[in-house]
Write a protein that binds this ligand. Structure first.
Ligand SMILES: Nc1ncnc2c1ncn2[C@@H]1O[C@H](COP(=O)(O)OP(=O)(O)OP(=O)(O)O)[C@@H](O)[C@H]1O
Ligand SMILES: [Mg+2]
Length: 253
């Protein structure tokens, strides 16, 4: 499955992207995790220390120039990228981690070799690879690009108890539908009880609430200490249920 995590700042996108990637590895699946947030922190959630960080793809100027044949403003929109996931990912206990880096990723803003290269890479990851792909994004989903958005089976918009994140979820859903993402659901993080879950469910309107994860102090503590995501059994049970629901959703379509 190809799942993108989006949502308002600080709601838990990175935490849940890492948790689902870890759960899929437990199931024996092959997983590529892509940090598409310029302010990247998926590596630390997956336990990759600063000394082992993958090189951000957008910064590979020479490689990009060579692959796109960029010369005098002319460049290929279809560069070879199939070797990139293997070559430039770092292993995080089985998860192959890629960092996209910090340029406009193929939205309307930049028409340049870097964005063409990243677009081609995203299309390869989402449409060409058989692996599971987990994308950690920021709230703006435009940079997914129309081409690769079709490859996203499911966009999971993370929300937390609070209407602001629900409003963001509604905006993200509209944007995602616009660029051709097939399926958008909400996932509630840091919920305390079923009362909160029901309130969120009601406020989401047509957006289905696919899963909910409890607040867990050890998550915040592992993050504070810069360690790999650590959480208690209740959290991991909820992640397992979420992964089941995501898989079932994929099979339904
Ligand atoms: N279920 C949880 N229980 C306790 N703490 C959590 C939980 N989920 C996330 N956190 C903590 O909340 C903070 C924000 O989480 P995270 O970085 O995953 O959010 P994000 O949406 O990726 O943020 P950003 O928008 O900055 O990328 C982190 O300190 C994280 O450890
Ligand atoms: Mg994040």
């Amino acid at each position: 499955m190809k799942v993108a995590f989006a949502g308002k700042g600080g709601v838990g996108k990175t935490t849940l992207a890492a948790a689902v990637a870890i759960e899929l590895i437990r199931r024996g699946r092959e997983v590529v995790a892509v940090d598409a947030d310029p302010d990247s922190n998926l590596p630390s959630a997956l336990g990759v220390s600063n000394g082992r960080l993958p090189e951000p793809i957008s910064g590979m100027k020479e490689l990009i120039a060579e692959r796109t044949g960029a010369k005098g403003g002319v460049f290929s929109l279809n560069p070879e990228v199939s070797d990139i996931p293997k070559r430039y990912s770092v292993d995080a206990d089985g998860v192959k981690l890629l960092l996209l880096g910090t340029i406009d990723r193929g939205g309307s803003g930049c028409f340049c070799p870097e964005s063409a290269f990243l677009k081609a890479l995203m299309s390869h990851l989402l449409l060409g690879l058989a692996n599971d792909v987990i994308l950690d994004m920021d709230a703006g989903v435009e940079h997914l690009g129309r081409g690769s958005a079709r490859g996203v089976d499911l966009m999971a918009v993370v929300i937390e108890p609070g209407m602001r994140s629900v409003e963001t979820a509604k905006r993200v859903q509209a944007l995602a539908a616009n660029i051709g993402v097939k399926d958008v659901v909400a996932v509630a993080n840091r919920v305390k009880d079923s009362g909160e879950t029901e309130l969120l469910r009601a406020s989401l309107g047509k957006i289905e609430l696919l899963g909910f994860l409890p607040h867990d102090e050890s998550i915040a503590l592992s993050d504070l200490e810069g360690r790999k995501l650590a959480a208690g059994q209740e959290f991991w049970n909820a992640v397992e249920q979420l992964a089941d629901a995501m898989d079932a959703r994929g099979e339904q379509r």
